[in-house]
Design a protein around this ligand. Structure first.
Ligand SMILES: [Zn+2]
Length: 263
């Protein structure tokens, strides 16, 4: 079990997150689901070569926990935000090409898929606005965090009231990059400048995301401090690539609701 996690369903393990009253939020792990091979077991992505039937089943397990259909995006490492105004018609079809999904609806959850990139869940419970965003290196530089907070404001959220959680992602001690790439990112996001545990240039993407959330005025910025590369309970693109294997994606999901999620 991951520290702080709970087995919510007979078949999946999640890390529940408190972002305010009436907000259901969690990060999934690999634990549970029906995917096989390198995607085993709770793979939630349709674009990584896994069996779509297994992915649909797995998504259904997470929907059962959160108590509503989940909207997923076709994530492209940009800064586009999509406002979800209705539950998705199809469990396997992305609702938009975007890297952040925002909603004020209670009948739909929003999700973000990751395997090393930074997933962030945000909520202004009083305004009734939630968001899930995907911030990899390119998205962070493109401004996806700022775009998502701006879209939440457009729906009535007040930044100082927003609570956020940065989920499992590759950490600054592990994410080695060429020196020039580190400089390029750090010019825009100085907090992302880091060194690996073996002393070479790296990027601290979750640290960079935290700094940008703070600069946007987000009232509460929390980090789970779980590293996907070193923690086998999460999918990691980099770890799998070392073995020349594909891998799955875990998720952050968030929903507004006044009732307890089903367990
Ligand atoms: Zn690490």
């Amino acid at each position: 079990m991951v520290a702080g996690s709970e087995r919510q369903d007979s078949s999946i393990e999640i890390v529940p997150i408190d972002l305010g009253p009436g907000v259901h939020a969690a990060f999934t792990t690999r634990d549970g689901g029906v995917s096989a091979g390198p995607w085993g077991g709770l793979d939630l992505a349709t674009h990584v070569g896994d069996d779509p039937v297994a992915v649909a089943h797995n998504r259904g397990l997470v929907e059962r926990w959160v108590g509503a259909p989940i909207a997923w995006a076709d994530q492209v490492h940009g800064a586009e935000v999509f406002v979800v105004t209705a539950p998705p018609a199809d469990r396997l079809a992305p609702v938009a090409r975007a890297d952040a999904l925002v909603t004020g609806r209670i009948d739909v959850a929003v999700g973000v898929l990751v395997a090393d990139c930074v997933p962030v869940l945000l909520a202004d419970a009083a305004a009734g606005v939630v968001a899930a965003l995907h911030a990899g290196r390119r998205g962070l530089v493109a401004g996806v965090v700022q775009s998502a907070v701006a879209a939440m404001r457009d729906l009535g959220a007040i930044p100082g009231r927003i609570r956020s959680m940065i989920g499992p992602s590759v950490c600054g001690a592990c994410y080695e990059v060429p020196s020039a790439m580190r400089d390029e990112v750090a010019r825009l996001v100085p907090a992302a400048r880091a060194e690996t545990s073996w002393g070479t240039p790296s990027l601290d993407l979750p640290g960079g995301v935290a700094a940008v959330l703070g600069a946007c005025g987000v009232g509460e910025v929390q980090r789970l401090e779980l590293c996907t590369l070193t923690d086998p309970r999460f999918f990691s693109h980099r770890r799998s690539a070392r073995r020349s294997e594909p891998t799955g994606r875990f998720a952050g999901v968030i929903r507004l609701a006044g009732v307890s999620p089903r367990s």
